[in-house]
Design a binder for this molecule. Structure first.
Ligand SMILES: *Cc1c(COP(=O)(O)O)cnc(C)c1O
Length: 454
């Protein structure tokens, strides 16, 4: 008991938690996790919870997955870390080849082009790498004016300053305005709250039209378009209408700007395909991956680029075409070993195929709760779902964010053994892909009660 009390006090005393108002935290009872198994987490008091957000969208095959545990232990017997600057390592090589082949076989049409893997260690840095690479690529090609980026409202690409610059979630990003790069902003494909007041498909995708207008006028200033394919995740699980992503791909090609697909959240099966871009058969020029890459075990990220970009950086040393970027823990062997084991499980357990049943259960449940009085919109793709709660269903009037309606639902769920983390008024449902049907149903029952109760 003393031990537990000590941990709670020491947490309050020594830790500053991310995205957390610490004044509230200091007054609340922290949940301190000690152990996990499958889709469950156990706190220091012995209470078990369902991990309803996959430990913030990273977990795929569950916790304490034997094959991943073993792969990390086996790698540990060899070496934990060595640098990729001037050296290479075995798991990093194997994983790079595996990823290029996986992308090659997943994407239609075949991207003979996505060919080289640049390692880093989290989603934000994979985005930073893509922005800097895109910028430098155009310099090497002699287009000195292409120094800006086109991004979307409600986008989220991470918390480092470059990634914040291309983000569009005002509540997180506005404070840092004076520090940011100049970017162009296109509308979010947010049909429920369409900024043109139209509805899809009669609108003819006016949001895409607006993007084209910006590209037409400013393509000579724009290095790349960056977006989250299909699902703007942290912006509130906003799902783009069918054809939008393909439309963006066409515009990028037509106006000579690179397309960066940030699949940090959507990659590795989340949306029901290995990569979200597959749903519309498009191939980006750069692909950012992280979160699920190690099955939620260790920090790792990649920025995968095509040959054309890679080749533009080749030259004599004195030409200074080198990409001067790299992190201390880049290509960490333990993380790469975990990622290889994670991909093995995808193949052996046919994870993407087998998650269909859970996806159907989730979709049916969403349809059911759509009739509840405060459920404004339901959105999902694969095992990635958001329920937008509103004060008034007919006018779509939102709850004021200070009311913390999402948090009240999450707190109720936590007291009933389900851990989730809302995005404002959007309840997020994102369990590990390996969740059993019984576990999913239990989780959804609790969430429904929580929404009814609140
Ligand atoms: C989470 C996320 C990031 C940032 O990843 P971190 O590992 O938290 O830095 C970037 N892009 C998208 C789409 C994300 O969901």
């Amino acid at each position: 008991m003393e031990d537990k009390q000590y941990l709670e006090e020491a947490d309050r005393k020594f830790i500053w938690h991310p995205f957390t108002q610490m004044k509230e935290w200091e007054q609340a009872q922290p949940v301190i996790i000690e152990e996990g198994r499958g889709c469950h987490l156990r706190d220091i008091h012995g209470k078990w919870y369902l991990d309803g957000v996959s430990s913030l969208w990273v977990n795929i095959h569950g916790h304490r997955k034997k094959e991943i545990d073993d792969a990390i232990k086996a790698q540990l017997e060899k070496i934990a870390h060595t640098t990729m600057l001037g050296l290479s390592n075995v798991p990093a090589i194997q994983l790079a080849e595996r990823l290029v082949n996986l992308i090659y076989s997943s994407f239609i049409p075949h991207p003979s082009s996505l060919s080289h893997v640049f390692y880093s260690d989290n989603g934000s840095t994979s985005v930073e790498v893509s922005l800097k690479m895109a910028f430098q690529y155009w310099r090497h090609r002699g287009y000195e004016g292409k120094t800006s980026f086109l991004c979307l409202d409600n986008a989220y690409h991470g918390d480092t300053l470059g990634a914040v610059s291309v983000g569009g979630v005002d509540i997180f990003h506005k404070t840092f305005g004076p520090l940011l790069l100049k970017t162009f902003r296109a509308p979010s494909p947010y049909c429920y709250r369409c900024e043109f007041g139209m509805s899809c498909p009669e609108c003819g995708m006016a949001c895409l039209g607006k993007m084209e207008e910006i590209l037409m006028n400013h393509h000579h200033e724009i290095a790349a378009v960056i977006l989250e394919p299909l699902v703007q995740a942290a912006g509130g699980m906003i799902i783009s209408p069918s054809g939008y992503l393909r439309g963006v791909r066409d515009l990028c090609s037509r106006y000579n700007v690179l397309m960066i697909a940030d699949e940090v959240a959507t990659g590795f099966g989340r949306t029901g395909k290995m990569f979200a871009s597959e749903h519309e058969g498009i191939v980006p020029d750069m692909l950012c991956l992280s979160k699920g890459i190690t099955g939620g075990y260790l920090p790792l990220a990649v920025t995968v680029t095509n040959n054309e970009i890679y080749n533009a950086f080749l030259g004599e040393f004195r030409d200074l075409k080198t990409f001067f970027h790299g992190h201390s823990y880049t290509g960490n062997p333990l993380a790469c070993a975990a990622a290889l084991a994670c991909l093995d499980i995808f193949e052996r357990e046919k994870t993407v195929y087998n998650m269909r049943q859970a996806t159907e259960v989730l979709e049916a449940w969403l349809k059911d709760i759509a009739v509840l009085p405060h459920v404004g919109d339901i959105r999902s793709k694969g095992l990635m779902a958001g329920v937008e709660l509103v004060r008034d269903k007919s006018s779509k009037e939102p709850f004021a964010w200070e009311e913390k309606i999402g948090w009240r639902v999450a707190d109720y769920a936590r007291d009933h053994g389900v851990l989730i983390r809302p995005l404002g008024n959007v309840i997020v449902i994102m369990p590990p892909l390996s969740i059993k049907i019984e576990e999913l149903k239990q989780m959804l029952n609790v969430l429904r009660s929580a929404m009814e109760e609140i």
